[in-house]
Design a protein. Structure first.
Length: 233
């Protein structure tokens, strides 16, 4: 039985060439996109399955890359295993930065993707190709910035280029470094402007990323607000 749900979505998978960090930024017309479409594992890779999404395919893609498959080979295996692949939109990025994307023929227009080393941008049921092009350019514009900033800037660029004709309701941002837990995992649901709200949350959270990296290993660090005040002195 297929458990797919139709999403109209724009997303970007990215890898930082300097640090090896991996992450995804995404927005869609339905709720809970961050829980259904994002699949990222440190030291392995990242997969997005959107449109008529099936989360099982994300886990399959990560397992294939964990076994040593490249992004393109993993994507081929995902497509071959899925009887409804033409309703999906898929992106894969492996730990070496190899990238691959696939837009099924059954996706609602405009639908398409762009893939290059360290990046896959994809969108379906958006206003036009400019959404993907804007995300792609936005991610590549400032490679020296932290990956989470580049991903969010790319998502904002896609929204500024028109996004979905009827707007979005949820958005997510997920980034991993070397630890098994996420460095960034922010989600917005059932919001009239989820990309804008994601930026509001990110502006509060991004300065605390080093803090939340320290706290698991040093329970004596001060509270977040005190830590920020000490750093600002």
């Amino acid at each position: 039985m297929d458990l797919g749900i139709e999403f109209t979505t724009f997303s970007l998978i990215g890898r930082c060439e300097r640090t090896g960090m991996l992450g995804v930024a995404i927005a869609t017309s339905e709720m809970a996109v961050g829980s259904r479409c994002i699949h990222v594992a440190p030291g392995v890779g990242a997969v997005v399955c959107q449109a008529s999404t099936n989360p099982r395919l994300g886990f399959l893609g990560l397992n294939l890359m964990r076994a040593g498959y490249s992004a393109s080979r993993a994507l081929e295996e995902i497509a071959a295993s899925d009887t409804h692949v033409e309703r999906r939109q898929l992106g894969c990025l492996d730990v070496s930065g190899h990238a691959a994307g696939r837009t099924g023929a059954g996706n609602r227009p405009w639908a398409g993707h762009r893939a290059a080393p360290n990046v896959v941008a994809a969108a379906n049921a958006v206003v036009g190709a400019g959404v993907v092009d804007a995300m792609f350019r936005g991610f590549q514009a400032e490679p020296h910035r932290p990956l989470w900033e580049r991903l969010l800037a790319a998502l904002e660029a896609g929204k500024h280029a028109g996004g979905q004709p009827d707007g979005e309701q949820s958005a997510g941002l997920y980034v991993v470094d070397r630890e098994p837990f996420a460095a960034v995992d922010l989600r917005v649901d059932l919001h009239p402007q989820p990309v804008t709200e994601l930026r509001r949350l990110a502006d509060r959270y991004f300065p605390l990323i080093p803090y939340y990296g320290l706290r698991p290993f040093n329970p004596d660090v001060p509270g977040a607000d005190d830590w920020l005040r000490e750093r600002s002195r």
